[in-house]
Design a protein around this ligand. Structure first.
Ligand SMILES: *[C@@H]1O[C@H](CO)[C@@H](O)[C@H](O)[C@H]1NC(C)=O
Ligand SMILES: *[C@@H]1O[C@H](CO)[C@@H](O)[C@H](O)[C@H]1NC(C)=O
Ligand SMILES: *[C@@H]1O[C@H](CO)[C@@H](O)[C@H](O)[C@H]1NC(C)=O
Ligand SMILES: *[C@@H]1O[C@H](CO)[C@@H](O)[C@H](O)[C@H]1NC(C)=O
Ligand SMILES: *[C@@H]1O[C@H](CO)[C@@H](O)[C@H](O)[C@H]1NC(C)=O
Length: 319
């Protein structure tokens, strides 16, 4: 028969287990008081770290979104309306490069369209890429396209809402030149933002940027010189002649560009065929010029490992 009183053994074991439970609780609490404390402090510091980090992050985000990049560069590539394939190729070359701490806008620059098909095809390109500037001029060699380019920019980019100046630097580049944008940006970071004339000084053996002028492979000027070109009579009165030499004469006559930078031998002509203007491909490269055929482009792109970033995928296999 079942007794309703628990037997003594069971009572003892209940008492003991209650006792141990209390002891256990006591020990647990006393150990954990330390831990709780630590945890509490940790919690507080985590929260304050979190808050601190939040503020850092917030200001980083703000800096990234509300303040413009430190350096804005317009890279204008002078070309012709019918050069569709060349533009397509250069978009590939520049679209796969990224720059740190700078905005580099690559734009293709030419004069008025002259054919009906251009009005359709170039308009479609603009809808897709918005990277074309059509100047008010008739395509020409040596009758002022360079003047029209630089002198039109202040009006084209005049935007009271936009950053001032719209670009710190403006470049005029050839369509057979390969620029490594990050190296260009790094070379510009320490330089003056005003009164600057930058490039590969001509003649080829010369290292003195205060004599003669910069090669048409690509030269860069600060925005104040762009504005000067727009306003001054010196360039306006003298637009004809070999474009880049004429440009040098404006600078000389106008006593502009007290800051100059000779980027030779980071800028050079492709090594083959060798001349006094060429240099071997080497890591310290900003620009390679005279890439006159596909083979030269491919050798150059291979040398600079431009496809290293290609992600692995089951979609393709490229050795
Ligand atoms: C902010 O978070 C990072 C990890 O994202 C951490 O290494 C750093 O210590 C935190 N900052 C502070 C002040 O605790
Ligand atoms: C954000 O920009 C401001 C002003 O330019 C600067 O003082 C601040 O240190 C920047 N913050 C960060 C996290 O870079
Ligand atoms: C270029 O085109 C514009 C508009 O289509 C025209 O007003 C201008 O006269 C043209 N300029 C030249 C130099 O042909
Ligand atoms: C530019 O040409 C105009 C008209 O021919 C002349 O009056 C002016 O002096 C010239 N300016 C310069 C700086 O050569
Ligand atoms: C390209 O990659 C090769 C192999 O990884 C390396 O040895 C070479 O230095 C790289 N070239 C440049 C220009 O970075």
């Amino acid at each position: 028969m079942k007794s309703d009183r628990p037997n003594p053994l069971a009572r003892l074991s209940l008492t003991l287990s209650s006792f141990f439970f209390v002891v256990f609780l006591y020990i647990w609490f006393s150990i954990n008081e330390v831990q709780f404390d630590a945890l509490r402090r940790l919690g507080q510091s985590t929260i304050s770290n979190f808050q601190y980090n939040q503020t850092v992050e917030k200001s980083l985000v703000q800096n990234a979104t509300s303040s413009p990049p430190d350096l804005r560069i317009l890279l204008g590539i002078l070309t012709l309306p019918d050069q569709y394939e060349r533009r397509h190729f250069l978009r590939l070359i520049y679209g796969t490069q990224s720059t740190v701490g700078a905005q580099v806008d690559v734009k293709f620059v030419f004069c008025n369209l002259t054919k009906e098909d251009q009005q359709v095809l170039v308009a479609l390109e603009i809808m897709q890429y918005n990277d074309i500037i059509i100047l008010n001029c008739k395509e020409n060699m040596n009758t002022g396209k360079t003047y029209t380019y630089f002198s039109s920019l202040p009006e084209i980019f005049d935007d009271p809402e936009g950053p001032n100046p719209p670009y710190h630097y403006v470049m005029k580049a050839d369509d057979d030149t390969y620029f490594r944008l990050n190296n260009l940006v790094e070379s510009l970071k320490p330089l003056a933002r005003e009164d600057l004339y930058y490039g590969y000084v001509i003649p080829c053996p010369s290292m003195d940027p205060f004599k003669h002028y910069m090669s048409g492979m690509g030269y860069l000027i600060s925005w104040d010189i762009v504005e000067w070109i727009r306003k001054s009579e010196i360039p306006r009165n003298h637009t004809d002649g070999p474009e880049d030499r004429v440009f040098g004469s404006w600078i000389r006559e106008g006593h502009r560009a007290k800051n100059r930078y000779n980027a030779k031998w980071s800028m050079y002509d492709y090594p083959i065929p060798p001349t006094v203007c060429t240099h071997e491909l080497w890591p310290d490269t900003i620009a390679v010029h005279k890439l006159k055929n596909k083979e030269k482009w491919v050798k150059t792109l291979q040398y600079f490992n431009v496809t290293n970033e290609l992600p692995l995928s089951k979609l393709y296999h490229i050795p």
